[in-house]
Write a protein that binds this ligand. Structure first.
Ligand SMILES: *[C@@H]1O[C@H](CO)[C@@H](O)[C@H](O)[C@H]1NC(C)=O
Ligand SMILES: *[C@@H]1O[C@H](CO)[C@@H](O)[C@H](O)[C@H]1NC(C)=O
Length: 314
């Protein structure tokens, strides 16, 4: 292409982006590299996700465990929607979390990020020492000092996300996920909704919720607002390979393409410090064990590929 043609095509792409093209991760005018064109915060300096570099994490013994209330089984109907980017479950504000500094956050929704575009690609958003996990779960909350999520999302101390990483456990079905996964086929097309009857979020989260990483960041999707207090749980959720493949292959986006690799690349830490309320977490000292292996067994060997392609592009 001549420079003029290149310039023209950039202008056209820019114009499309300005006119409400739907954002994507990797295709079209508004892929993640171009989010800042339409959503300036996405180009900010405290963005999420990040790579959690264990050696640089600061142990803070005054950080206490999160106090989670209402996360246990609740009766009722919980809407579950394919929004074209992910599957999202609406949560009741009777579910809340009080953080170590006493701030209370009410739950709003829970959604997932995954990979799947080729058999060995994982899709978590946060990485640990460069390792990408297979799936990441986000439970989104808003500060209870605001009247609603809509109000809180504009405030500098508005949001908190409890994040958990998923690893594959080849043949062990996680029955706490069976109901959720069996409903995915009801919401194949973007915009479709169904309901889950009864919900136990605590069962869908890691068994040990005491230990976490904490830092200040942003939403990982547009508008990438920089008002999220992140809590990434150190323990992981285990799902079977079949369950993971179900999540990776069940849902279509607005263009009727399978939703895969719906994760954002890791963002610069800049001057931020990641804190943790533990010194070393046994599992994550050998983070390479968490990767999805191509074979059916995960061997404790350093010879397996240390990084997937996604994390190299951070
Ligand atoms: C946790 O929060 C609930 C309700 O918000 C409160 O009743 C309970 O005392 C708290 N527990 C701890 C250990 O702080
Ligand atoms: C997606 O597929 C459904 C069902 O075949 C169809 O009704 C819809 O128009 C399709 N959407 C697009 C954008 O092609």
């Amino acid at each position: 292409m001549t420079p003029l043609v290149t310039l023209l095509s950039l202008l056209v792409l820019g114009a499309q982006a300005q006119h409400g093209a739907e954002w994507t991760y990797s295709e079209g005018a508004l892929d993640e590299e171009h989010w800042p064109l339409e959503y300036p915060d996405c180009g900010g300096t405290r963005q999420s996700p990040i790579d959690l570099q264990i050696k640089k994490v600061r142990y803070n013994p005054s950080l206490r465990a999160l106090n989670l209330t209402g996360y246990r089984f609740q009766r009722g109907e919980f809407p579950m929607t394919n929004n074209g980017h992910t599957v999202q479950i609406s949560l009741p504000s009777t579910m809340h979390m009080t953080t170590s500094d006493g701030t209370q956050y009410l739950a709003r929704q829970m959604h997932f990020h995954w990979g799947g575009a080729s058999s060995e690609i994982s899709g978590s958003e946060h990485t640990v020492d460069g390792m990408r996990y297979v799936i990441e779960i986000h439970v989104v909350h808003y500060n209870s000092k605001y009247n609603s999520y809509e109000e809180a999302q504009k405030e500098p101390d508005g949001l908190a996300v409890l994040a958990a990483l998923v690893e594959v456990k080849d043949y062990a079905e996680n029955t706490y996920y069976s109901n959720f996964i069996s409903h995915l086929e009801d919401i194949r097309y973007a915009g479709q909704s169904t309901v889950l009857r009864g919900l136990d979020i605590q069962d869908m989260l890691p068994g040990d919720l005491r230990y976490y990483y904490s830092y200040l960041g942003s939403l990982t999707t547009p508008p990438c607002t920089e008002n999220v207090h992140w809590f990434v749980v150190a323990d992981t959720v285990k799902l079977s390979k079949t369950q993971i493949e179900k999540l990776e292959n069940s849902l279509l986006n607005h263009q009727n393409k399978t939703i895969q690799n719906d994760y954002r690349r890791t963002q610069p830490l800049n001057h931020r410090v990641v804190e943790a309320n533990f010194v070393s977490y046994p599992h994550q000292a050998k983070g390479y064990l968490h990767m999805r292996n191509q074979g059916s067994r995960v061997e404790p060997s350093l010879t397996c590929h240390p990084l997937d392609s996604g994390s190299l592009q951070a």
